[in-house]
Design a protein around this ligand. Structure first.
Ligand code: GN1
Ligand code: MG
Length: 353
C-alpha cells in the first residue's frame, strides 16, 4: 500500500481496514484510484488543479448536494462525495494537491463503446432526467470551474495559438488534420453567431457527458452520471452533442483504424429518442433548431483540442504515446465528416422527434 494514499484516505474514512488501492478508470485529467476496504469500496481522486480551480469546484459540489437533498429527488443521479473529519469535501495534502473520496457504486458497468441499442437509449434517458434535475437548480449559485469551456470562438483561437507555437515537425506530421481544422472553422463561426444571438437558454449543464461518464446498472434498469467537475452554466445542445460524439461511432476515442469510426444511425436514433423522451416539456424551440450545429461544434472543438495539445507537446490530456492526441483527433474528424454527409437525414429525424 502506498503510504501517502493511505494517509489521505484516512482523512475521510478511518474506521475500515484498507485491503488495496489501485489505479482506476480512463479519465484524461484527474488521477483516480479504487480503494477496497474490508467492508466497502471507494473512489479516491486527485484533482488536477492546473485544469480546475478546486475552491470553485467544491462550491459547485456543495450546491449540487444541497439541492439534491432539498429537492427530495426520488431517483439517484450520481454518487455521493464523502466528508472529511472537518466536514469538508476535499483536502489539500502537504504538497498542495487536492483530494476527495466518493462512494463507489456496486453492480454497475462503464463502457467506452456502446454495447447495444438499449444502452444508448438508457444513456439518453439518464442524461435527460439528469438535465431535468439540473433545470431545478439555482443557476447563479454555480461558479465556472473552467471559464469558456465550450466557447467555440475561444477554442479556435487557442488552436491557432498552438499552431503558432508548434514545432514544424509536429505540424508536418499532422498536415491533413491541420488543413481539415482550418477548412472547417466555419463550424465554430456559425456556433459563435448562434451563441451571440442569446437565443439558447442558459442552463446548468454537465458539459462532459461522454459515454464513459455514464455508469449503467448491470440489469440495465437505470444509469448514474459521474464526473461532475464541469457542471456549470452552459447549453444543453453541447451536452447532447458530446453524447452523440461518444455514443454513435462504436469505436474508441483513440481507435487507430479509422474504418471502424462510422456514424451509426441506429444508435443515434436510440440516444436521441431516450434523451428527448425525458425532455419534451423542457427543451426550447431554439435548442431543437440548433441541435445539429451543437453536434458539429462539440465534435469539431474536441478534434481541435486534441490536435492543439498534440501540436504543443501533450501538456493537457494524459497520453500513452506521443501521437495519442493526434490519433484521438483523427477519430473526431472522421466522425464529423460522416455526420456532415448525413446532414439531411439527421436534421429530418431531429425535426420529426
Ligand atoms: C476530458 O476527464 P474526462 O476524461 O472525463 C475533458 C473533456 C473531453 C474528454 C474527451 C476537463 O474528460 O472535455 O471531452 O476528456 N475534460 C476536461 O474524452 O477537459
Ligand atoms: Mg472530466
Amino acid at each position: 500500500l502506498d503510504n501517502h494514499l493511505v494517509e489521505i484516505f484516512r482523512n475521510f474514512i478511518d474506521n475500515e481496514n484498507i485491503v488495496s488501492i489501485k489505479e482506476y478508470g480512463d479519465g484524461h485529467i484527474n488521477d483516480t484510484y479504487l480503494v477496497t476496504t474490508d467492508s466497502s469500496q471507494y473512489i479516491l481522486q486527485r484533482v488536477n488543479q492546473e485544469v480546475f480551480n478546486i475552491t470553485n469546484l467544491t462550491n459547485n459540489y456543495k450546491q449540487l448536494f444541497i439541492s439534491y437533498k432539498t429537492l427530495d429527488e426520488s431517483i439517484k443521479h450520481f454518487p455521493d462525495l464523502c466528508k472529511n473529519k472537518d466536514g469538508e469535501l476535499h483536502i489539500l495534502d502537504s504538497m498542495g494537491s487536492a483530494w476527495r473520496v466518493a462512494e463507489f457504486l456496486d453492480n454497475i458497468n462503464a463502457f467506452s463503446i456502446s454495447p447495444d441499442i438499449v444502452t444508448s437509449t438508457l444513456a439518453g434517458k439518464a442524461m435527460g432526467r439528469f438535465q431535468n434535475f439540473l433545470n431545478r437548480l439555482d443557476t447563479d449559485s454555480f461558479i465556472d470551474t473552467i471559464p469558456d469551456f465550450h466557447n467555440p470562438h475561444k477554442r479556435f483561437s487557442s488552436f491557432e495559438k498552438s499552431l503558432d507555437n508548434s514545432e514544424s515537425a509536429l505540424i508536418s506530421a499532422a498536415k491533413p488534420e491541420v488543413d481539415f481544422a482550418l477548412n472547417n472553422r466555419y463550424i465554430t463561426d456559425n456556433m459563435s453567431n448562434i451563441i451571440s444571438n442569446n437565443i439558447l437558454p442558459v442552463r446548468i449543464t454537465h458539459n462532459d457527458p461522454k459515454l464513459e461518464n455514464i455508469l449503467f446498472k448491470s440489469d440495465k434498469s437505470d444509469a448514474y452520471i459521474i464526473d461532475l467537475d464541469t457542471i456549470m452554466k452552459g447549453t444543453l445542445i453541447f451536452d447532447f452533442g458530446d453524447m452523440v460524439r461518444s455514443i454513435t461511432s462504436l469505436a474508441k476515442e483513440d481507435e487507430k483504424d479509422l474504418a471502424k469510426v462510422k456514424f451509426n444511425f441506429d444508435h443515434f436514433r436510440a440516444l436521441a429518442g431516450g434523451y428527448f423522451s425525458e425532455l419534451t416539456n423542457t427543451i426550447s424551440k431554439s435548442e431543437k433548431e440548433n441541435i445539429y450545429n451543437g453536434i458539429l461544434s462539440v465534435i469539431y472543438v474536441q478534434g481541435i483540442r486534441f490536435l492543439g495539445d498534440f501540436l504543443e507537446g501533450n501538456n493537457y490530456y494524459k497520453v500513452q504515446y506521443p501521437e495519442h492526441n493526434l490519433v484521438r483527433c483523427r477519430t473526431q474528424f472522421k466522425l464529423l465528416k460522416e455526420i456532415i454527409e448525413m446532414e439531411t437525414e439527421i436534421k429530418s429525424f431531429l425535426r420529426s422527434n
